[in-house]
Design a protein around this ligand. Structure first.
Ligand SMILES: C[S@@+](CC[C@H](N)C(=O)[O-])C[C@H]1O[C@@H](n2cnc3c(N)ncnc32)[C@H](O)[C@@H]1O
Length: 378
């Protein structure tokens, strides 16, 4: 990763506090909410009552409990404070980081292609007057702050409850596991949509060193950071500023198409368009593979309700819509075949924290969800 200022003692203490707060909230409060729910369900059963069968019913039992309300407040405040702390820790180095971002590598092994004319869609730039419903509470969203790459590197590690580990010079294990679990095939051209600062794109570059890997995103700032990072790690990647709804790539030009945490951030119309575009740019017989959040239908009603917190409290405007949607049917309607989904088969303790899916102090491996399909051969 490009160089970030070493956190001061004060900044380190703040990050430790925020990480500890979130961990405690998951392991004690959220686990307590689920325990209380189980006890109530057991009592109701003894009295001849039914266990809730929908997330709305489960939510009506959970939402008014003091412990849930407390856990939800902490979740939101810790999230907001985490991104703000990451941003603030870079404030005094703004010019230094800006210079890094602007000084492109002299003899790049990859490529950075920006498009100053690209229109940013409304669903992407929308926020309220105070910026408080910005996507997952990052002030300025993905596009409004030129330091967003550096902010994500810091804040993302904090979010994963591993700020001291950071990104440690390589893609996270879960992303490499996801990239390498694609069915055996000849992947000469790979497209990663919504690549942001390139977490999955670099994992693909590491796993498929002979392929031409392209990462696209709307955010110029994120792409600049991704490019610097990939160059520093010696991974040749083309980062290009393009809209995944209409990429402008020739038809049938990629063998494998991926996205990590893109789908739940798209408006319903943009999701339809991205999947149609994916079908167009994929070669016949090619493979699509997305890693995202498990749909509500795959979760118990009470866990689905807890998981839905992000739509109410974390600025995730499209979370509920996407996680309630039958995404596999959409893929079939577009023409994809052999559509399947399931949990990512990878356990990375302490990483990929998801409040709702954490029980007994352990993350479960199924807090990331893979959906994959093929384009029919001619
Ligand atoms: C959660 S981030 C993705 C994280 C990233 N894939 C990784 O490996 O770390 C979602 C990204 O989707 C991008 N995005 C949203 N809508 C898009 C669109 N229509 N076209 C391209 N990128 C888009 C955002 O700019 C953001 O960088």
């Amino acid at each position: 990763m490009p160089e970030l200022p070493v956190p001061t003692q004060e900044v380190s203490a703040r990050f430790d506090f925020l990480e500890g707060l979130r961990r405690y909230n998951y392991t004690v409060h959220v686990a307590g909410v689920l325990d209380e729910y189980e006890q109530n369900a057991a009592t109701a059963k003894t009295n001849g009552g039914d266990r809730p069968s929908t997330m709305e019913e489960a939510g009506s039992r959970i939402a008014s409990t003091p412990l849930y309300q407390f856990a939800a407040c902490i979740q939101r405040q810790a999230q907001q404070m985490g991104w703000a702390a990451a941003r603030e820790s870079l404030q005094s180095h703004t010019e230094f980081i800006q210079r890094q971002i602007e000084s492109l590598p002299a003899d790049p092994i990859g490529r950075l292609v920006l498009d100053p004319e690209l229109d940013l869609p409304d669903y992407y730039t929308h926020c309220d007057d105070e910026g408080l419903d910005d996507i997952h509470l990052v002030a300025g969203g993905y596009w409004g702050d030129s330091l967003v790459g550096a902010v994500y590197e810091r804040g993302g590690a904090l979010y994963r409850l591993a700020w001291r580990v950071g990104y440690s010079g390589t893609a996270p294990g879960a992303l490499k596991a996801f990239a390498s679990a694609a069915p055996t095939g000849e992947y000469r051209r790979i497209l990663d949509m919504g690549c942001s600062f390139g977490g999955l794109t670099m994992a693909l570059g590491e796993v498929y060193p002979d392929a031409a890997v392209v990462g696209i995103d709307l955010s110029e700032a994120a792409l600049r950071w991704a490019h610097l990072t990939a160059e520093e790690r010696g991974i040749p990647i083309a980062f290009e500023q393009r809209n995944a709804t209409a990429t402008g790539f020739p038809s049938e030009s990629f063998d494998l198409l991926t996205g990590f945490l893109l789908l739940h951030e798209l408006s319903p119309e943009a999701l339809d368009a991205v999947m149609a575009e994916s079908f167009r740019v994929l070669r016949p017989g090619g493979h699509i593979r997305f890693l995202d959040i498990p749909p509500y239908a795959a979760l118990s009603p009470e866990v689905a309700f807890l998981q839905s917190f992000d739509s109410r409290g974390n600025g995730e405007a499209f979370w509920d819509g996407f996680l309630s949607r039958d995404f596999k049917s959409l893929l079939s309607e577009i023409g994809f075949v052999r559509v399947s989904d399931g949990p990512l088969d990878y356990d990375e303790p302490g990483y990929w924290g998801s409040a709702a899916l954490m029980r007994d102090g352990k993350f479960r491996p199924d807090n990331r969800w893979v959906t994959e399909a093929f384009k029919p051969s001619h």
